[in-house]
Structure formats: structure tokens, C-alpha cells
Design a protein around this ligand. Structure first.
Ligand code: 2P0
Length: 325
């Protein structure tokens, strides 16, 4: 049996968002979602089984720093599940490097648990098909199930642990890029898990969100199949705004936006008026991501850099699914 394995996974950005669970214990989402896997900022994770009975827990480092607290316990809980399935009692050492600011609403948990799921499955000897790996990654972090696949990906909500996984969508020739304006790279004020729970429990808009998303997914799949960039962009922006409207309805409200977020949304509208067709999306943080045709990405990145001095602006095309190295 292999006892060490290294995997790479990339972040993904949802064009139709996942926001809210219907079963927290096994991480079943309230709705499906649909995303683009990026080609930048991967997480690389090595899982090595520890052959030393004096070690009584999993150990981990993230970007060279020892994992502690909530980050470590999420990894340990995930490895408990892998061990249970593999019939193993070995603890593991997890070494992870992440090229994106952790916890800044840039999907670091998606690439993180995507890479961890693949490396851990391999190290513990689980022979999983991609859909099974995707369902496994979901147990670590919902959005991670989408990072198992490359390009445009749909997460099927499913109705139990095995059926809630992602699938790759056929490439219809849309040449999409995403320009990420990192307006605030720090850890977010409220993590998405807690914010989702609060939204589910207190936002009067949440039932309408759950009713709307399946329509948004169907419309988005039709727009993708027709390679209709305008329809894809308009829907992605509308769906992101609907998600934020839903969380603004929570008690207390969940508001991730800052003044620069609003300024960036205005800039996207201005670029569109000027003839550079692009659309905004936002996740659980103040950063604004701009969806565009690949040929326009550098123009948009330059405008964001000119508008917001000293920020990082990342440009990404479509990226690959998780793979072993
Ligand atoms: C998404 N987000 O679809 C949405 C949009 C953030 C906003 O998936 O609790 O870190 O681990 O399942 O996957 C972030 O949620 O949450 C997320 P858990 P996750 O990309």
C-alpha cells in the first residue's frame, strides 16, 4: 500500500453559488451550484502515514506553519473519515502549501480539501473514481467537491452522502477568464460556514434563494451549452447578488462588502458601458472577481490596478482538476 502521496488542486469560483446546507452532518447543500476551476493559486498537499505508535494524533503544517486549533481539527476530522473507510488506524502527517491568501474568500478551502482528499485517499489506499473522490472532498468543505474537476463544473446536490458530488460539464468553447481583485487579503470576519448557518436559520429570503437556484443552474447550463458569454455573465452576476441579498437578510446581517467592493462593482459596470464586456461575482469576502473573455482579461486587470493602488490583481483562465504528482 502507498503510504505517502502528494496531490495538487486548484481553487474554483462559483458562477452559481452554494450558500446553505440542508444537512450539516454530511455536508449536503441546500441546492446545486456551478463553478469554474481556476488555473492559478493551487494547493499542494502531501499526506504521509506515520509508522510510530507514540504518535497519537495527525500533525499538519500549512505554508510552513504548524496547523493548530480549528484548522487542524477540520483536517483531523476529515482524516478520521478516510481512516474509517480504509480500515486504518494510522495517523498521518499533512504538509500543505497554498498559494492564495488563506481565508480571504478566495476559495482556499476548496483547493485545500480537494488536494487533501486526493492525497489522503491515495495514501490510505482508497481506490476511488473521480465522483467518489468529489463526494469525499465535500465532507471536508462543500466547495472542494468542485475542485476535483477542471473547467466548468456542476455540483449535483444529491440526496445522500454518495450522490452529492460534482461532475465536469462539456467544454462548449467559451474562453472564460477571471480577474480577481484582492481588495482585502486578511482572514474574513465571519467564516462562510458560520455565515451560511446564520443565513439558513434567520434570513427570511433563504426559502426564495433555495427556490431560485435550480432555475439559475438550468439557465446557466443552457447559456454554457450555447457558448453565450453575455447570458453566462449576466446570470453569474445576478446569482452572486442574489446570494449576498439573501445573507444581508440574516440576523445579524452578514455583509462581506467594503467600500472598495462597491467601487469595483461600479468599475465593472463602467467597463461594460465602454464596450469591454465583463461581469462581477463575489464570494464570502470583500474581493471582487470579474468574469470576462480571455482576450479582455489584461485590459480589465490594468484598470483595476489603476483604480486601486497596491492591490494584487490575479488573472486566471480555466484550470485542471485535482491530480497526483
Ligand atoms: C461557493 N462559497 O459556491 C460559495 C459562494 C462562498 C460563497 O462555497 O461549510 O468553504 O466548508 O461547505 O465550501 C464557501 O463555502 O463551506 C463557498 P463549507 P465552503 O463557492
Amino acid at each position: 500500500m502507498t503510504t505517502t502521496a502528494t496531490a495538487v488542486a486548484h481553487p474554483n469560483i462559483a458562477l452559481i453559488k452554494y450558500w446553505g446546507k440542508r444537512d450539516e452532518a454530511v455536508q449536503l447543500p441546500a441546492t446545486g451550484s456551478l463553478s469554474l476551476t481556476l488555473g492559478i493559486a493551487p494547493t499542494t498537499t502531501t499526506v504521509s502515514l506515520i509508522d510510530d505508535p507514540s504518535v497519537t494524533a495527525d500533525l499538519g503544517t500549512l505554508n510552513g506553519q504548524e496547523m493548530v486549533g480549528k484548522d487542524l481539527s477540520r483536517v483531523q476530522k476529515f482524516l478520521d473519515l478516510v481512516r474509517e473507510r480504509a480500515g486504518s488506524t494510522s495517523f498521518a502527517e499533512v504538509t500543505s502549501t497554498n498559494e492564495i491568501p488563506t481565508g480571504a474568500g478566495l476559495a482556499s478551502s476548496a483547493s485545500g480539501f480537494g488536494a487533501l482528499a486526493l492525497a489522503a485517499a491515495k495514501a490510505y489506499g482508497l481506490d476511488y473514481a473521480p465522483e467518489q473522490l468529489s463526494a469525499l472532498a465535500r465532507r471536508g468543505s462543500g466547495s472542494a467537491c468542485r475542485s476535483i474537476f477542471g473547467g466548468l463544473v456542476e455540483w449535483l446536490p444529491g440526496d445522500d452522502d454518495a450522490s452529492s458530488h460534482a461532475v465536469a460539464l462539456p467544454d462548449s468553447g467559451l474562453d472564460l477568464s477571471l480577474v480577481v481583485a484582492v481588495l482585502a487579503p486578511g482572514r474574513k470576519k465571519i467564516d462562510s460556514r458560520a455565515a451560511m448557518r446564520r443565513t439558513v436559520e434567520t434570513s427570511p429570503f433563504f426559502p426564495a434563494w433555495v427556490e431560485q437556484v435550480p432555475h439559475d443552474i438550468e439557465d446557466m447550463k443552457a447559456a454554457i451549452a450555447a457558448a453565450d458569454f453575455t447570458a453566462v455573465g449576466e446570470l453569474a452576476e445576478a446569482n452572486a447578488m442574489r446570494m449576498h441579498a439573501t445573507m444581508l437578510g440574516a440576523l445579524p446581517p452578514v455583509r462581506y462588502w467594503n467600500p472598495d467592493s462597491v467601487a469595483a462593482l461600479d468599475l465593472v459596470a463602467t467597463l461594460r458601458d465602454e464596450g469591454t464586456e465583463c461581469y462581477a461575482t463575489m464570494d464570502a469576502g470583500p474581493n471582487v472577481k470579474v468574469l470576462c473573455r480571455s482576450g479582455d482579461a489584461e485590459t480589465i486587470a490594468d484598470r483595476l490596478r489603476a483604480e486601486f493602488e497596491d492591490i494584487d490583481v490575479l488573472v486566471s483562465g480555466s484550470g485542471p482538476g485535482a491530480y497526483l504528482v
